[in-house]
Design a protein around this ligand. Structure first.
Ligand code: SF4
Length: 324
């Protein structure tokens, strides 16, 4: 017993009193519905912050409008709950002026893929160093059940009383078709270990990491993802030394695993296009794509002579010489 007490006091003495703990990242109490997948994403982010020891005053969560966009309120960090569809340009503005901050974006399928779609493709192209999480629940929840761009065909909502007539937008495939992508992954909220590992790798990647997360909305789309939850063989877990660890403890639970090299863009696009089997993991990454904030600073810090010479060259292009 005394040996146990000795060891306990030694480990208590070893505790770093300055280390951040999970509690440091907790904000207001969540008002999401019971069973909402947003809660799992919030838990993964708080765990990530604690594990990475991110100073709360150097961390900012940016969102637009929608259920997912309430997330910054629930973090004990800085946050910006902005306008519908405008999370990405706000985050880019923060990053360009304060590259020292850790920037996260939480956006929903309406926020990102409808009103914010223009910002989505340009933010991906700019490849600024931030982690973008798409909470894709396939319906507008906050405004009480309207069709979203990712809603399944035939879905009856308040705005589609006879059922949605359009094919859904595949946000994962769309992102993989954009220019200058550097990290694209897919996760699901009901597999917390896998979700955490994907978000963790997304955070560690330098560049814009886009993670599409299938997120349950039990209030308006109860049972929508049951086809995958009840049939794990319909989930294709992607593993690779540059992706999810092939020896991760959860791997053996999935009968349909696939070794996927995330540098293979063609295969990533094929995987993203198939909806019968859901590909979960890191589909694509290219760590060599430069971040816009680095390019911007390089240009900004050119010597004055180089800037003047570039300006003169531009003026010369438009010089109108007298005839003859
Ligand atoms: Fe979550 Fe849906 Fe409730 Fe919104 S309406 S909090 S997405 S369960």
């Amino acid at each position: 017993m005394s040996d146990f007490i000795d060891r306990l006091s030694t480990s208590v003495a070893d505790l770093d009193e300055d280390a951040y703990i999970l509690h440091d990242y907790e904000g207001a109490v969540s008002r999401w519905c019971h069973g909402c997948g947003d809660n799992a994403i919030l838990a993964a982010l708080q765990k990530l912050c604690a594990e990475e020891q991110l100073p709360p005053e150097k961390t900012v969560f940016v969102s637009g409008i929608g259920c997912a966009s309430r997330l910054p309120h629930y973090m004990g960090t800085y946050g910006f709950h902005g306008l519908h569809g405008r999370a990405l340009p706000v985050a880019e503005g923060i990053k360009i002026k304060r590259p020292d901050l850790h920037v996260f974006v939480n956006t929903g399928d309406g926020d990102c893929c409808a009103i914010g779609a223009g910002h989505w493709l340009h933010a991906v192209r700019y490849n600024m160093n931030m982690t973008v999480l798409l909470h894709d629940n396939r319906v507008y929840g906050l405004t009480k059940n309207q069709v979203s761009p990712t809603s399944p065909q035939g879905l009856v909502t308040n705005t589609t009383p006879r059922g949605s007539s359009l094919q859904p937008l595949n946000a994962l495939a769309a992102t993989l078709g954009m220019s200058n992508i550097s990290f694209v992954a897919q996760a699901v909220d009901w597999l917390p270990g896998v979700l955490y590992d994907i978000i963790h790798q997304a955070f560690r990647h330098r560049g814009l990491s886009f993670v599409s997360i299938l997120q349950r909305c039990p209030h308006y789309l109860p049972g929508h993802f049951d086809q995958y939850i009840k049939n794990p063989d319909r989930i294709r877990l992607l593993s690779h030394p540059d992706g999810l660890d092939p020896d991760a403890p959860y791997m053996h639970r999935f009968p349909s695993r696939e070794a996927h090299d995330p540098s293979n863009l063609d295969r990533a696009r094929e995987l993203a296009a198939v909806s019968e089997r859901l590909s979960v993991g890191i589909l694509y990454r290219d760590d060599a794509v430069p971040c816009y904030e680095d390019l911007y600073r390089r240009e900004k810090h050119l010597p004055i002579e180089a800037k003047m010479a570039a300006l003169e060259r531009e003026f010369d292009r438009f010089t109108v010489l007298p005839e003859g």
